[in-house]
Design a protein around this ligand. Structure first.
Ligand code: SF4
Ligand code: SF4
Length: 415
């Protein structure tokens, strides 16, 4: 049944030089620009319960994944880390570099946007760097107040083959390309006469999606990913902050906040049952909250999984086609078809619409929390089960804790 259109969003084309696209948003999908937000709650939580990067907060399982990776994945990830290391190091000190050009004082938004598009970023937007999201470990690192949000598209064909190594090469390979492009763009901003700090996609200073939403580059999907107009969640996100004079973009209502409640494909197709149908208020934002502990074991053992990315119609067909189809028919493009919903889950075989792989309870038992927290948890369980340990075991435990303290926390990782 045809739907009434509430408004039409106009966005730049997918690639630099492509014509603008129009996205019709049906009346029954209209909610708010960006995401429903309670500013006072967001501020309260960021002050009272500041966030820390998962690379620290969830270090125990992030270390554990290396024990279950396939040999091919393990080898590939090590090679990826070697390539990324110099890019991450360069990003870490980028904010300290002085400008090389003379500033004109004029608005630099379009000059930066043009250069970013030339470099190949598919989505570029400007907003305030919202410090309420900054990870505790990065609070003294972030320098400049304006955020340039940059999304680099991941290869379409490779992504449709996931889960598997080919898709993982697209995933991590995009980060490698992006790491270098960000440094180029930061150089350009310095040539314009301003500072530029690269917030690496492999060493995040904050969750970036809220700032992308504020900059109008998409809305948060039920799969926990940014759904951007052309490639949905098939993109890798990074930020550059700057003191260049820029004009902020505004959040947009693409209809996604409500569309996900109608669609639900990722929720129904998630092998880990980690996605949740109902939205909840979480730290001042209304969203579908992913259950990390049900996702992680699947991602680690099944080459990154990401079925929630593959089965998303916005990723597969692009937002203009999906929203036009909804307006014309009232249906979700591709929903219920093998083309969109089918996937081969490695040794478990093919799963079509309505079919999911099964895992037993022990599959989801993984280490939790920070490394030291996990060690204490294990120690506590041993105490309960076996009573007071020997002197030798106590000393061994103390040594292990000391080792973790001496090593310190690393903020590095891939989102
Ligand atoms: S990565 Fe896989 S397990 Fe995790 S939320 Fe997506 S579909 Fe579910
Ligand atoms: S699959 Fe559907 S419900 Fe999930 S994020 Fe994409 S549009 Fe939203």
């Amino acid at each position: 049944m045809e739907k009434r259109v509430d408004h039409v969003v106009t966005r730049p084309g997918r690639r630099d030089g492509d014509p603008d696209v129009q996205i019709p948003v049906a009346e029954d999908l209209t909610t708010v620009p960006g995401i429903p937000l309670r500013e006072t709650d967001l501020s309260f939580y960021s002050r009272t319960y500041p966030q820390e990067t998962q690379n620290i907060e969830k270090a125990a399982d992030r270390q554990w994944v290396w024990t279950v990776y396939s040999p091919e994945m393990s080898e590939y990830r090590k090679a990826h880390n070697d390539i990324s290391e110099p890019l991450i190091d360069a990003a870490a000190v980028s904010g300290d570099l002085e400008p090389t050009g003379t500033p004109t004082g004029k608005d630099a938004t379009e000059a930066i946007r043009r250069k970013a598009r030339e470099l190949g970023f598919g989505e570029v937007g400007f907003t305030k760097y919202d410090r309420r999201y900054t990870y505790t470990s990065k609070r003294h690192w972030t320098k400049y107040e304006h955020a340039i949000c940059l999304a680099l598209e991941q290869n379409y064909v490779q992504t449709q083959s996931l889960p598997g190594m080919d898709a993982e090469r697209a995933h991590f390979g995009t980060y490698e390309i992006e790491g270098a492009l960000l440094l180029d763009l930061a150089d350009h901003i310095r040539e314009l006469g301003y500072h530029a700090q690269v917030h690496s996609p492999n060493d995040n200073s904050a969750p970036y999606i809220p700032m992308f939403v504020a900059a109008g580059l998409g809305q948060l999907g039920a799969n926990g990913q940014l759904l951007s107009p052309h490639f949905g969640s098939r993109a890798r996100l990074a930020i550059i902050t700057t003191d260049a004079p820029v004009t902020y973009d505004q959040p947009v209502d693409y209809g996604i906040h409500q569309f996900c409640q109608v669609c639900q494909v990722c929720v129904n197709r998630c092998p880990g049952r980690a996605l949740v149908k109902e939205k909840v208020w979480w730290r001042g934002v209304e969203k579908n909250k992913l259950i990390y502990e049900r996702c992680r074991p699947v991602m680690a053992r099944y080459d990154g999984c990401a079925v929630c990315m593959k089965t998303c119609p916005i990723q597969r067909f692009g937002m203009p086609a999906v929203m036009e189809h909804y307006v014309t028919t009232g249906q979700v493009l591709g929903k219920g078809t093998h083309l969109l919903e089918g996937y081969t889950f490695m040794e478990k075989g093919y799963f079509g619409p309505g079919e999911l792989p099964l895992f037993d309870r022990s599959f989801f038992e993984i280490p939790h929390g920070r490394n030291e927290e996990w060690l204490f948890q294990q120690f506590k369980e041993k105490l309960v089960k076996e009573g007071i340990p020997s002197q030798e075991e106590l000393v061994g435990f103390a040594r292990d804790v000391k080792k973790i303290i001496d090593k310190g926390n690393s903020t590095l990782g891939d989102e």
